[in-house]
Design a protein around this ligand. Sequence first.
Ligand SMILES: [Zn+2]
Ligand SMILES: [Zn+2]
Length: 126
Amino acid sequence: MEIEGYIPDKSFVLQNVDEEEKKQILYEHSEKLAIAFGHANIPPSMPIRVIKNLRVCGDCHNWTKFFSKMTRREVIVRDGRRFHHFIDGYCSCKDYCKNSHTLHTDEEEAHICDKTKGGPKKTNAN
Ligand SMILES: [Zn+2]
Ligand SMILES: [Zn+2]
C-alpha cells in the first residue's frame, strides 16, 4: 500500500538480509498487513483493531499515523506495552514525545510534550 506523504524509515529497508531474516522482519511488521486487511474488510464506521505481542516499531507507528490521516479511519493497536489509538494522524501515546522523525509540525503536539516535561511552574511566594 502506498500512502501519499509517507516516508519509510531507512533503517527498516531490507538490505542484504537472508530469507530467514526477511521472514522474521515481515512477521514483525505484520501490523501493516493486518491494518490494510482490516481497511478492506471492516466497515468504515468501525475502528480497525490490531493486537501485537511485540512493540510497534517507529516505522509502523509512522505508517499507521499516515494511514489514519489519509483514510480518516480510527485504528487501535495494542502492542506488548500499551494501546495506540490513531485518529487523523495522531496517536494517543503522543509518540512518547521523542519521535525523531515526526513529519507534522503541529504546535498542539509541542504543547502536549511541554506539559509532560513538567516545565517551570508558577509558585505563590508567601
Ligand atoms: Zn514495524
Ligand atoms: Zn502510539
